[in-house]
Design a protein around this ligand. Structure first.
Ligand code: FES
Length: 134
């Protein structure tokens, strides 16, 4: 399932123009991101969730990446400043997420601009759902 939610404000996104890396620290997996790679169709194109799914890292995403749940909650341990700012809708959904931190983001809404490499931690309650494709 994928798509967009027409009832919420769209985040202001700055598309990456160069390759950068995302490390999923609890998987010990680093992905080199090609900013021109096609979206998988789930989450905002170029979002952490979109990049994860098209790279074989399956983060839970119950609403299909349309900012209507908080199951795609991750912590951006490094590189948060290079990510799009959260909208009010994202912050409202994050309020429902357990173990909220200043580094918390919904991975389907968080779009890095490629200025920095990212380190992302997937919360432990999602960890059992994380699968790596081969
Ligand atoms: Fe539901 Fe991200 S998948 S808010």
């Amino acid at each position: 399932m994928g798509g967009t939610n027409p009832y919420i404000e769209k985040p202001k996104v700055e598309k990456a123009t160069r390759r950068f890396k995302i490390t999923f620290v609890n998987l010990n997996k680093t992905i080199e991101v090609d900013p021109d790679a096609p979206s998988c169709g789930t989450g905002i194109p170029g979002s952490v969730l979109d990049i994860a799914l098209r790279s074989g890292v399956d983060i839970d995403h119950a609403c299909g990446g349309v900012c209507a749940c908080s199951t795609c909650h991750v912590w951006i341990k490094k590189g948060l400043k290079s990510c799009s700012d959260p909208t009010d809708a994202e912050n409202d959904m994050l309020d429902l997420a357990p173990d909220l931190k200043s580094s918390s983001r919904l991975s389907c809404q968080c779009v890095p601009n490629g200025a920095e490499d990212l380190e992302v931690e997937i919360p432990s309650w999602n960890r059992n759902l994380v699968r790596e494709g081969h």
